[in-house]
Design a protein. Sequence first.
Length: 65
Amino acid sequence: MRRLRMMVDFAVAVLRHRPLTRSEAEQLVEHVRTDALELFPDKGETFDLIYRPRFRRIIEERFGN
C-alpha cells in the first residue's frame, strides 16, 4: 500500500508542477494504473473508483474539459 501511495503522490506532484501536455498527463495516469495492477492484480475497478477521480480533477483543473 505504501508503494502505491508513493506512486500516486509522485504522479500528482508531476501533474501539478511539471510542464506536460494533456496527452502526457493522461499517459502518466495510465502508467500509474498499470503499475498499481502489478501490485494488486484484479483491482482495476478499485483504482478507478479511488484514484481516477482525483487524477481527472487535477487534469481538468490544469487543462480544462
